[in-house]
Design a binder for this molecule. Structure first.
Ligand code: PMP
Length: 559
C-alpha cells in the first residue's frame, strides 16, 4: 500500500472482513492489541514455509537467508525511530520485558538506596511493578508525578518533583487509559537538567506518532509490535549505545556469548548481548511487514483520518446522558475512558459485547490511576484507522439504548423467570431458559433479567470478609446453615449486574443444598449446558470460577 485510503486500509485486515461478515463484529479494543495486517500474516506464514531456519548460527544457505530477513528488520526499526545505530535496537517480548530489562540491567547496577525513580500517576502496571521490585531489591524510592485536569503529566508539579535525587524518569508517552500525548520533550529536558536518565513507554504512541529518539534525546524508548498491527510476543527496547554497552546481560545462554569455557565466559557485542537464546524470529520478520504503515507519507494521512474518527467519536460520546470521561477535553488519539451513571463498567461492556461491539472494561492495568479517580474501573473504547464512522454510530446508538434502559429492562416474550424459580433452585428451568435463548444477545438479556431477582445485601452488612477474591468487580457471598436440615443458604451480591445475574444461575445449583451435595455437584457440566462459558471474558469467566470456589470453600467448612 503506497498511500492511505480508509477503505483500502480496512481491507488489509482479514479478521475484520471475516468477523464483520460472520457476526458484524465491531472491534474497539485496539489499545489492548490491534488486529493484524495482511502482509504480517502472509510474511509469517511464508517464513515458516520457505525460509525457516535458526538465525546467526547456521552455516548453511537457509540460515543465512533467515538471518538476513531478521537483521533487515532491525535496520528498519532503527530507521523508524531514528536511532543512531542498529546496535541500539534490542528485541524483547514486548514493552513489559523491555522495562524489566532496564530495571534489572540498568537499575541494579546504576542506582542505589535513596535514589529516586520518577513515574507518573497514569502508568501501566508494566511501568510501575518492575520499579517496585527494584525498590525491594536495593531501596530506590518511587516518586509519582501528578496529572493536570486534562490527564497529561503536570509540568509545573514535575519541576518540583524531579529533583537532584531523581536518577531515572520512567513515563508513558501516551497513557493507555487517557489517550493524551504527554509533554515528554519538556519532561526529558527536566530530567536531563538534574542528570537523570529517561525511559519512555511508547506502547500506545508508536502507532500514532512519528518517533525520533535522537530528537527526543531519551535514553530508553520501548514498545510492542502487537499494538502496531504486528505480531504478539515481539517488542523493542531502544537504548543509547553507551548505556547498553555498560549494562550487564539480562539473560544468559546461547547467542549472547562470545566464548564459553569452564574457566570463564565472555559476552557478545550489542545487540546480541541482550538476546539470549533463539529469538522470536517469525515475530521480527512479521514486524518488518507492518513497518511500511509508519513511514511519514503513510502515517500522516492515516493519523489525519484517525483524528477525524477521534473527533466524531468524542462528539458522539458527549451526547450520551450520564457519560463522564475520566479527564477533561478530547483525547489526542481515539482512546476514550468513561463511566456512565451508576452502570457498572462490566455491565456496559457485556451489553456492548452482546451487540457485537468489543470494548474493554476494568482497571486497564492502571490501578493507581483508578485509585486517583476513586473508581474500580471504567469502560475504554479505543479505535484504529480501520474503524469507520458507521461503527461509531452503532456504538452511540447502542449506548443510548442502554442508558434509556430499553435493552436490559425489556422482558423477553418467551422467557419469564419468576422469583420463585430462583428461590426454589431449579437447574432444569435455568437450562431451559438458556436453551431457548439461542444467541449471545438473548442469553445476555436473560442474565440481566435474572440479576433483578437477586435480593441486594444491605451495604452495612457487606463486610470485607465476604468479598470474593478473583472477581474483577466487588462481589460478596454470605452463608448460613439450617441446623435441622443441614442445608446451606447463600446471599450473594455484586457491584456488576452481569455478575448478579450469573450469581442467580450459580445459586440455582447450590441454594438450600447440604455441604455434601454442594461438593459433589458438577458445575462445569451445568454451565456447558447453558452455552455460556464461551461468551464470558476471562475476567467474568474467572469471576464465575471464583464464586463457585468460594461456595465450595464455605461448604467444605461445614463438612
Ligand atoms: N505500557 C502501556 C502504556 C501499555 O498500553 C501496555 C499494553 N497495554 C504496556 C505497557 C504493556 O505492553 P505489553 O503487554 O505488550 O508488554
Amino acid at each position: 500500500m503506497n498511500t492511505f485510503s480508509e477503505t483500502e486500509f480496512r481491507r488489509k485486515f482479514p479478521i475484520l472482513q471475516k468477523l464483520n461478515k460472520d457476526s458484524g463484529l465491531i472491534y474497539f479494543d485496539n489499545a489492548a492489541t490491534t488486529q493484524k495486517y495482511k502482509a504480517v500474516i502472509k510474511t509469517s506464514q511464508n517464513f515458516y514455509q520457505e525460509s525457516n531456519a535458526n538465525v546467526h548460527r547456521g552455516s548453511h544457505f537457509l540460515s543465512a537467508k533467515a538471518t538476513e530477513s531478521f537483521e533487515i528488520v532491525r535496520l528498519q526499526v532503527q530507521k523508524l525511530i531514528n536511532a543512531k545505530s542498529a546496535k541500539e535496537i534490542i528485541w524483547t517480548k514486548g514493552t513489559t520485558e523491555a522495562i524489566n530489562l532496564v530495571a534489572q540491567c540498568f537499575g541494579l547496577t546504576n542506582l542505589s538506596a535513596g535514589d529516586e525513580i520518577v513515574v507518573s500517576q497514569a502508568e501501566h502496571h508494566a511501568n510501575i511493578v518492575p520499579w517496585q521490585n527494584l525498590a525491594n531489591q536495593i531501596g530506590v524510592v518511587i516518586k509519582v508525578l501528578p496529572l493536570d485536569k486534562c490527564g497529561r503529566i503536570d509540568l509545573v508539579q514535575a519541576q518540583r518533583i524531579i529533583s537532584s535525587k531523581c536518577k531515572l524518569l520512567a513515563i508513558n508517552h501516551i497513557s493507555n487509559v487517557i489517550g493524551k500525548i504527554n509533554p515528554i520533550e519538556q519532561l526529558i529536558a527536566l530530567a536531563k537538567g538534574v542528570g537523570a536518565k529517561t525511559l519512555i513507554d511508547g506502547a500506545q504512541s508508536i502507532a500514532h506518532t512519528i518517533i525520533d529518539v535522537q530528537a527526543l534525546d531519551c535514553d530508553f524508548y520501548v514498545f510492542s509490535a502487537h499494538k502496531m498491527y504486528g505480531p504478539t510476543g515481539i517488542g523493542v527496547l531502544f537504548g543509547k549505545q553507551e548505556l547498553l554497552e555498560k549494562m550487564p546481560p539480562y539473560q544468559f545462554g546461547g547467542e549472547m556469548i562470545k566464548k564459553v569455557s569452564f574457566t570463564g565466559t565472555t559476552y557478545n557485542t550489542l545487540p546480541h548481548k541482550f538476546e539470549a537464546g533463539t529469538p522470536n524470529i517469525v515475530g521480527v520478520v512479521g514486524l518488518g511487514s507492518c513497518l511500511e504503515l509508519f513511514s511519514p507519507s503513510f502515517l500522516t494521512p492515516m493519523t489525519e483520518y484517525e483524528q477525524r474518527l477521534c473527533q466524531y467519536a468524542y462528539q458522539g460520546l458527549t451526547t450520551i446522558p450520564g457519560l463522564e470521561f475520566l479527564v477533561e477535553q478530547q483525547p489526542d488519539i481515539p482512546l476514550f475512558s468513561f463511566t456512565i451513571n451508576d452502570l457498572h463498567h462490566h455491565d456496559v461492556a457485556t451489553f456492548l459485547d452482546s451487540k457485537g461491539i468489543a470494548v474493554r472494561s476494568g482497571h486497564h492495568c492502571a490501578m493507581p490511576l483508578m485509585d486517583l479517580f476513586k473508581l474500580d474501573g471504567s469502560v475504554r473504547v479505543s479505535l484504529a484507522p480501520y474503524n469507520t464512522f458507521a461503527e461509531i454510530d452503532e456504538l452511540i446508538k447502542q449506548l443510548k439504548l442502554l442508558v434509556q434502559g430499553d435493552e436490559t429492562d425489556q422482558t423477553s416474550t418467551s422467557i419469564k423467570p419468576s422469583l420463585e424459580s430462583i428461590n426454589t433452585p431449579d437447574q432444569t428451568q435455568i437450562i431451559n431458559l438458556f436453551n431457548k435463548a439461542n444467541s449471545w444477545d438473548l442469553k445476555h438479556r436473560q442474565i440481566m433479567l435474572l440479576a433483578k431477582q437477586l435480593p441486594r445485601i444491605d451495604k452495612q452488612q457487606r463486610t470485607d470478609d465476604d468479598l470474593i477474591n478473583g472477581c474483577e468487580s466487588n462481589s460478596w457471598l454470605q452463608v448460613s446453615l439450617d441446623l435441622t436440615t443441614k442445608q446451606l443458604s447463600f446471599m450473594a451480591d455484586s457491584d456488576a449486574k452481569v455478575i448478579r445475574g450469573l450469581m442467580v444461575i450459580i445459586l440455582s445449583a447450590y441454594q438450600h443444598k447440604t455441604a455434601e451435595q454442594i461438593i459433589a455437584f458438577d458445575i462445569s457440566n451445568f454451565f456447558s449446558q447453558l452455552g455460556l462459558m464461551q461468551h464470558l471474558s476471562p475476567s467474568r469467566g474467572n469471576g464465575v470460577r471464583a464464586i463457585v470456589e468460594r461456595i465450595e470453600q464455605l461448604a467444605a467448612s461445614y463438612l
